[in-house]
Structure formats: C-alpha cells, structure tokens
Design a protein around this ligand. Structure first.
Ligand SMILES: NC(=O)c1ccc[n+]([C@@H]2O[C@H](COP(=O)([O-])OP(=O)(O)OC[C@H]3O[C@@H](n4cnc5c(N)ncnc54)[C@H](OP(=O)(O)O)[C@@H]3O)[C@@H](O)[C@H]2O)c1
Length: 295
C-alpha cells in the first residue's frame, strides 16, 4: 500500500496543500521541454496529489516570452480532468527578464504592471498568493511591500508572500501587510534559511515556508546520487537520493513545503513520494552533519 501523503498548511490564512508542490521554472526557461510534454509532467503531478503550483512572471526564455510559465500552468489546469479549484497557484512579481538575465525591479509601478500581466496570463480575476520575488536595493522595501498592499486592497491579490528575504525584512513587511508565506532557498548545500533564523521565525509566526531549489537546483541535484551519506541512506530505505533529501528538507520544520521542479515525469513522481516518507532521526542527523560541496 502506498504511504499516506501528508498535507500541511500553506501559510497564514491559506488552505492546506500537499507538502510537496511543483516549481515551474525549468518548464519555461531555456532547455524547456515541448509544451505538450510539459503539460504531461504537470498532469502527472496533479494526478499524484500535488495541490500547489509555484510560478513567476519571469519564468520564460526572455522578455518577449514573459508569463510563459503562468500561461502553461493555466493551460494545464484547464485541460486537467481533476478539480482544478482544489489547486493553489502561487506566482511572483518584482523581477525582470532581459535576454536570459534576471534582474530586480521593486518599484511600485513595475509591481502593479507585472500583477496585471500575471492576472491575464493565469486567466484569473484575483491571484491567490502573490509573492514579492526578491528585494530590490534601489527601492525602499516598504514601498515595494506597499504596492502589494494596494493590490490586495484593490482585490487583485488575496494573500501576500515574500521571497529571498531576511528576518528583518519579514518583520518590516509585517508592519504593513500579513505575510502569509516566505519562499527562500533551502537544501543540504544551502542552509542559510536555517542558519540565519528565517525558518524558525516562520514557524514561530505560522508563516508557510516554501523551500525552493530543495534538491539543490538544476546543477547540484545531479551530485546527489554520488553523495556517500545520501546514497547509503537511499539504498538502505529503497528510496531515491532526491527523495531522501526532500524528506530531510521537510523534516527541518512543520512549516516547510518543498517545491521541486521537474522536466521529466519520473522525477516529478519520485519527488512526490517524499510527501509520504519518513526517515529515522539518526539518518536525518547524518545528513545534517554531512558535508555538501557546492563545487
Ligand atoms: N523564489 C526564487 O527566487 C526561486 C529561485 C529558484 C527556484 N525557485 C522555485 O523553486 C523551484 C525549484 O527550484 P529549482 O528548479 O531551482 O531546483 P530543484 O527543484 O532543486 O532542482 C530541479 C532539478 O532537479 C531534478 N529533480 C528534481 N526532483 C528529482 C527527482 N526526484 N529525481 C531526479 N531528479 C530530480 C529535475 O530534473 P529533470 O528536469 O531532469 O526532471 C530538475 O531539473 C523552481 O521551479 C521555482 O518554482 C524560486
């Protein structure tokens, strides 16, 4: 019998979602699969129980293709045979795509234009969870967050999330809006969210923590099968190395939701297994204490 898949609260005021969501970035950036194949990956994930899709306006080839990933998710949801209203789509604004470069633009006027574009790309009247993608040093953080408050007051977005933020920034935003989620990187190679207190703060406040690049990202995830500690644990439990790592990330706090990405159905389905997996404390500690080279 398959293990029971676990749901967790997505964040303050948001409904529960499967603790393994889907991140959409590699389905839209260079190297992306054909649209029909990408939709098969999304449908397979939804069929397996995923209820959270994470996207952004800038998940695209370049500036002429902005909104590609949002349109892709919207199209996949329209053609999915399940109940699409049970799926939460979270998107982000506040970045730019110039050629293949990522940039930041936290000016309120940019955030407002980006939100309109995302509403259109997603084909919705209100975005369920709109996240400020990455603070822009050139703009006062409170002004960027203020734009999110305006959008909420206008009914264009329901809940507000932050991404790539420190505890101080979360506290600053909390003076203006209810911060429902925080999306920062967390995997065994990059543990700043733990070391700098963001994860603890989210847990204390009931803020959902969306762990991005949870298996290490597009490059480092490829090193996992050769990692001696992860490999040994995976072999002993009959799990994949990726699933072992996702289980470790999920075990860091009950506030964590992981959002791994996949261009292949096999990766997607394997990652979802982590939603029902557990590992003994000694195995989790072995991963915590192991070295993970970023080289
Ligand atoms: N807020 C931000 O600033 C930010 C930044 C980066 C990412 N994100 C979000 O987080 C999501 C995930 O991050 P990411 O794409 O950087 O990295 P990731 O999920 O850590 O790694 C993705 C890669 O890992 C492979 N993979 C995943 N699960 C696997 C499995 N079970 N078995 C084998 N291979 C597996 C996939 O391979 P295949 O493609 O071959 O299937 C995929 O290319 C993004 O899509 C995006 O939604 C947010």
């Amino acid at each position: 019998m398959p293990a029971k898949l676990n749901a967790r609260p997505l964040g303050l005021g948001l409904r529960d979602v499967l603790c393994v969501g889907v991140g959409g970035m590699p389905l839209s950036r260079p190297g992306r699969p054909e649209e029909s194949d990408a939709i098969k990956v999304i449908h397979a994930s939804l069929d397996a129980g995923v209820t959270l899709l994470d996207t952004a306006d800038v998940y695209s080839i370049d500036e002429d293709d902005l909104g590609h990933n949002e349109r892709l998710f919207a199209k996949a949801l329209r053609s999915w045979e399940g109940a699409s209203d049970s799926i939460t789509v979270a998107t982000k604004g506040g970045m730019t795509r110039t050629g293949q470069e990522w940039g930041r633009d936290g000016r309120p006027e940019h955030i407002k234009v980006a939100c309109e574009r995302s509403l259109k790309a997603l084909g919705v009247e209100r975005i369920t969870l709109y996240q400020y993608h990455s603070p822009d040093d050139r703009v006062a953080f409170k002004d960027s967050v203020g734009a999110f408050k305006d959008l909420q007051d206008e009914g264009k977005i329901k809940h507000i999330g932050l991404s790539n933020v420190s505890v101080e920034q979360i506290k600053e935003a909390e003076k203006i809006v209810t911060v429902c989620t925080v999306q920062n990187r967390l995997n065994p190679f990059f543990r700043e969210a733990i070391e700098e207190g963001v994860l603890d703060y989210c847990e204390e406040r009931g803020i959902g923590f969306l762990a991005y690049s949870p298996v290490g990202g597009g490059r480092l995830n490829k090193k996992l099968p050769d990692h001696p500690v992860v490999h040994e644990i995976a072999k002993r439990h009959g799990m994949s190395e990726h699933s072992v790592v996702l289980t470790w990330v999920l075990s860091r706090s009950p506030s964590v939701i992981v959002i791994p990405a996949a261009r292949r159905i096999e990766s997607a389905l394997d990652s979802i297994k982590a939603a029902g997996a557990t590992l003994p404390e000694e195995d989790l500690a072995a991963i915590t204490n192991a070295e993970f080279s970023r080289a």
